[in-house]
Design a protein around this ligand. Sequence first.
Ligand SMILES: Cc1cc2nc3c(=O)[nH]c(=O)nc-3n(C[C@H](O)[C@H](O)[C@H](O)COP(=O)(O)OP(=O)(O)OC[C@H]3O[C@@H](n4cnc5c(N)ncnc54)[C@H](O)[C@@H]3O)c2cc1C
Length: 391
Amino acid sequence: MSSSTASAHTPAASSVSSDVVIVGAGIVGLAHAFEALSNGLSVTVVERDREPVGASIRNFGHCCITAQDGDLLALARRSRTGWLRAAEAAGFWAEQAGALVVARSATEAAVLEELSAARGGDAVRLRTAAQTAEALGRPLDAAGDLVGGALLPADLRVNPREAAPALARWVAEHPRGRVLWGTAVTGVETGAVHTTRGPVHGDRILVCVGHDVDYLFPDIAEDHGIERCRLSMARVEAPAGFRTNSAVLTATSMLRYDAFTAQPSAAPLRTEVLGHSAELLGIGANVMFTRLPDGSVLVGDSHHYDATTPPFIDERTYELLIDAVARVLGVPELRVLERWQGVYASSPRGPLLVRDLAPGVRAISVTSGVGMTLSFGLAAATFDGTLAATA
Ligand SMILES: Cc1cc2nc3c(=O)[nH]c(=O)nc-3n(C[C@H](O)[C@H](O)[C@H](O)COP(=O)(O)OP(=O)(O)OC[C@H]3O[C@@H](n4cnc5c(N)ncnc54)[C@H](O)[C@@H]3O)c2cc1C
């Protein structure tokens, strides 16, 4: 991934000027770069690392559209269009594979039935236990504890290890685009970004540094209650038969996304899950998994919140998550290929930080675990002027 993103050809920053300067080559910054270039503007992306290594490559690659509610649902739907356009332009894998929500109790099935009634049977397609078992690659006679499920066809899948690097390459190769790798931003003011390689000039500056917004603007981050949410993730060998490219969600996912929690059966579901899986809830689990194009499977995740990120991961977290995924897949165990920790920005104030810092300077961070889902919607709203600053 690194050869075309390395900084060997990084020009001196002091010679750089463009319509838009974007700080951060994660998916939020790169979606903004894509949208700006699509609008005929010139763009410089400034990234401290040598390639994207942040939250945007560490996640499930799940654009989780249908599980959003209210304003976020509208933004997520808009984002979907941008993702498909960007995938076509930059040539990365994006499949309209949807998400499969697995129901393993009558209460879980009730939440899905209620969501289907609220959104319509096309948006939330109820599945029988046999259909769910088939999608998971479980033999029909081994459907076991499966009760049913729902397919959310609007959801998208991308490969998180491919999408941001491919988009960065596309920006770097665009006649009006440029990416300055290995260049850390140390300060921002109207018309200029100060970097470790000198100033970069631009009419409009967008600071898209995710959870690290507190390093540049500690007061704003504190005012917004920004914390780091750290998540344990693993990549496992797929069990024989598991082939769906749909993201697979479970009961703990239903307790985390607004579209599910708005349903009447969500409260009894929480009590039920607390009864049989209190330890999973204790690590803030969202038991879900997605298949990569090479056939291996991304599994996770847990949620722990701190101002800064302790480097240590309790092995019990992995035992709980991997065991929970194995049970959904109907296999005794899973072989782990890789483990890592991901971090994203979180805030009790809501899912977005959008702050105008000076004339022509704006910070945009997604402060909830939905930055992949919202990135292109945010970018479209930034450039059509409909993205309002948050309080
Ligand atoms: C494990 C995990 C699972 C997730 N699952 C999902 C999911 O299923 N669906 C979903 O929608 N979202 C998911 N998310 C959330 C999503 O990944 C994030 O919200 C999103 O990637 C944030 O993108 P970003 O560009 O803001 O941040 P990042 O990808 O972290 O990028 C920020 C960039 O800014 C750069 N930077 C920071 N400071 C500076 C500086 N001073 N100078 C220059 N560069 C700087 C960093 O090096 C970094 O490259 C998940 C996140 C994690 C960690």
